[in-house]
Design a protein around this ligand. Structure first.
Ligand SMILES: O=C1O[C@H](COP(=O)(O)O)[C@@H](O)[C@H](O)[C@H]1O
Length: 253
């Protein structure tokens, strides 16, 4: 796996704008090379900040939105349309303003969906949807870009330190129970599914991410205790940060 690369921006606003520009280029390049692109979205403040910056970027029209598959790295297991669901927030920030093909917007099932409040069944259904879109012999698509927010406790997607989900090696998607951050029930891609992505981008802006980033990038972390340290892409792992989130890295050097 590749050593993470760091890009530190002066502010969280610049980070969001630069990451949005980077995403436009990555999607346009993937569509030129393969006809379509697949991107995994993240929830949280930094992920939503990027989507809002993308909505405001004139170059967003360079993307062929009808040939873009969107997936989610995790979801808060709540009823459809709940304002706390990652998909609801993504729709508000960007998705409702661009001409996506609805069949290519792969939202994670909601808690009032076909699987009711059974998060494990909903996770299995999402795994099946991913497998159906994957190439021969693969369990998930070779995502072009998979984005992850980083929690102050070093969680990524809904893989929280020391919960069973972070140790999962067989399944690609799991139900998460007893998450320390509300809501307690969630659905998450596992580390093996995350590592199938060509590029993994970790978004970390703000002082509250500084310790988490330093720990994850120390090179000494155990991924069960520091899930962010286990998030790597096949071709590239990129940490996109602002100066506040990078402040503890400077002290480390
Ligand atoms: O609950 C979640 O939190 C993380 C991090 O969010 P942030 O607001 O601290 O940046 C996010 O990556 C994840 O997708 C989301 O479900």
């Amino acid at each position: 796996m590749k050593t993470p690369q760091l890009v530190v921006h002066r502010s969280k606003e610049l980070m969001a704008e630069a990451a949005a520009a980077r995403l436009i280029t990555a999607v346009v390049d993937a569509q030129a090379a393969r006809g379509t692109a697949s991107v995994v979205l993240t929830g949280g403040r930094n992920g939503n900040g990027l989507l809002a910056a993308l909505a405001a970027a004139p170059a967003r029209d360079a993307i062929d939105w009808s040939r873009l598959d969107l997936w989610w790295g995790d979801e808060r297991f709540l009823p459809g349309g709940d304002p706390e669901r990652n998909v609801t927030q993504a729709r508000e920030a960007l998705l409702d303003r661009v001409p996506l093909d609805p069949a290519r917007v792969h939202a994670v099932p909601a808690s009032d969906g076909p699987h009711g409040d059974d998060a494990d069944a909903a996770a299995a259904a999402y795994a099946a949807e991913l497998a159906a879109a994957a190439g021969p012999g693969a369990e998930v698509p070779a995502f072009d870009v998979l984005m992850l927010g980083v929690g102050p406790d070093t969680h990524v997607a809904s893989l929280f330190p020391e919960l069973p989900a972070v140790r999962e090696t067989a399944r690609t998607v799991v139900g998460v129970h007893g998450a320390p951050k509300p809501p307690p029930t969630r659905i998450s891609l596992t580390l093996p599914a995350i590592r199938a992505a060509r590029e993994v981008w970790l978004l970390a802006a703000g002082e509250d991410k500084a310790k988490a980033a330093a720990l994850a990038l120390s090179g000494e972390a155990d991924e069960a205790r520091v899930p962010a340290s286990g998030a790597r892409g096949r071709e590239r792992t990129l940490w996109l940060m602002d100066e506040a989130a990078a402040s503890e890295l400077a002290r480390q050097r």
